[in-house]
Design a protein around this ligand. Sequence first.
Ligand code: ANZ
Length: 760
Amino acid sequence: TPMDAYNHQEIEKKWQEVWAKTKPGRAVEKGSDPVYNLVMFPYPSAAGLHVGHVESFTAVDILTRYQRMNGKNVLFPIGYDAFGLPAENYAVKTGVHPAETTNNAIKSFHRQMQSLGLSFDWDREISTCEPSYYRWTQWMFLELYKKGLAYKKKAAVNWCEKDQTVLANEQVVNGKCERCGTAVVQKEMSQWFFGITKFADRLLNGLEHLDWPDKIKAMQRNWIGKSEGAEISFVSGKETITVFTTRPDTLSGVTYVVLAPEHALVDALTTPAQKKEMDAYRLAAKGKSELERTQLEKDKSGVFTGSFAVHPVTGEQVQVWVSDYVITTYGTGAVMGVPAEDERDAAFAAKYKLEVRPVDASVVLPAFKTVTKYRLRDWLVSRQRYWGAPIPVVYDPEGNHHPVKEEHLPLILPTDVDYLPKGTSPIGSSKSYVELAEKLYGKGWRFETDTMDTFVDSSWYYLRYCDPANDATFADKKKLDYWAPVDLCVGGAEHAVLHLLYVRFFAFALHDAGYLPFEEPFTALRNQGMILGPDGEKMSKSKGNVVNPDDVVAEYGADSLRLYEMFMGPLEDMKPWDTKGIVGVRRFLDKVMKLSERVVDGENNPSLARAVHKAVKAVMADIPALRFNTAIAQMMTAANALQGSERIPRDTYAMFVRILAPFAPHAGEELWAQLGNKESVFSAGWPTFDEALATDDAAQIAVQVNGKLRGTISVDLKAESAAAKEAAAAEPNVAKHLEGKKVLKVVYVPGRLVNFVVQE
Ligand code: ANZ
């Protein structure tokens, strides 16, 4: 029967206990060749570790172990993105403090990750909800504040009625709250912002040099949304309306001008007769999301102001309208209407019977200065929620804000609060917080009661890993210089414009302040694909298709789970769970375990050596490219070759064990010890292969006639060109296509193809 060759529970426990003492993941600043590998840290939810976490963690663990076997000094840390709404919502429901639920979840995550044999540097584990961590999140806020990059302003903000908090633009997906799906409305509030727009051009240009997926780069480019165009003025009485257009060449087709409902000139330009209708329209626009307002297919609406403006070239009078398809925060909040050229303008003009005038190429246009606009908005970071890092700002009795003094950090999140969401920050209900402010700053002084968006916490965590226990600075400069930036970061593609834009902004800001020698935090980035349930649907509790890693580890072992998730398909692909597949990889491990009984000394078997050397060569090409599925397939082929022999030379088997070890570390250690080794298999280093043994003698090559595939032949790789061409011409189907034709040229690419160029 399968799964009888070894007791995974016993073996895995044994090696995990050894590793807890030997700490193979411990990274020390030593040597000249450091590597920094990062997995996006998990949010410690009560649901526990997901098979998707296992996917990215295992992938980077294999790479890390491989690099260490090749003499590299690798930092591979882990931590917890521990603040956030779900823990707080749970607290609201159950009355259990979020600190308690979060700490329990962290304990589970820690145990689960340990059970997978991941070689993290456990001494560097961090959690963003610990004061020792958020003290530096607060310090970062103050740095930005000093540089004018953290500021307070009154603005129309995205508001989620359900979560009772404001949201960043990035957290509004299709007009809905990213967390709970409630439609987001606009609300006028005074809030803290980070000046990310100051970096728009650098965030855009920096993308070019990054080894990141094109899709992510495109999403960031799109989000930053750079447009070049012109600003054109239309005079209306004593007011001037300035529009932003990317098509100044269409100026002759302008038949009206339209303002956003929130535009500052609306009151001045609305005639008394139009006032009532205008006020009602503006009120209605307030409740609409930006998406509702701008979607092409949405019905257009608007109100005539009663005023006219002068066309700057023709001198004609054009009507001035107000419509919510114009967004107040983009461009100048005013648009010139060209219904003959623009789809939205056409829909608007059709509805209100405005003239459609074709663009007249003979109208000589004045020269316009090019202006650049961005869609990117500053990052709104205040949250009216409890479970986050308190914003380190204090207000004097007159209500002016001041930075909290550095010696007062960390500003500890008070616990005497009522966290029921009520639209104002729960910390506002804390007595101790008021007392502390008065004690430190004087009578009538009050701390800011909003907390920071949790994306602030994750914007700099990779820096803290470099020096997690430092209480004098967020990380020692020498240690930062040694490890950072991150060489490879692996995580989900859902972070394309949130986390991955913010983390870049922070690096730019810290670089400019002299704290970092680099600007870009992650040199290379890869996204793991989503693992779907066995039914091919996204895993979810309600569908009952969630695979729990704990169950798989208990039944088949961590090594099997690791191998299976890496064998499912290319790392970046979406792929469904298949229980048969996990049985298959477990059988492979059983087979490898049993082969150890056939190991013999003092013998030589060239064909087995060939199989294993080939696998070594292939696996070491695959691992750095993160092609784990093909690497495993190569090892399976080699194992089958070994299986075909009753006697396996010790060296050949040992070589195989060494390349298997990064994938199945428990089995690797066990087999290595069985071979009589005292040291860990990971100290043995990566084996070197013999090129002559690893290279195939013969290859299947394509034969083409005028570039069209007409057959394949097997040729000896050392064959002379003439012999290969002769064999190709003799292939029956090829011969048929060559019959009666004049051959002009024959191209031979060794190991790849023969192409006959013939006269048609
Ligand atoms: C006249 C025109 C004619 C336009 C035409 C486009 C095509 P992008 O490329 O996204 O930057 N626009 C400007 N400000 C706007 C605002 N606040 N809200 C809604 N729309 C606004 O888009 C720039 C174009 O979008 C601008 O160029 C303007 O319409 C519109 F055939 O001007 B255009």
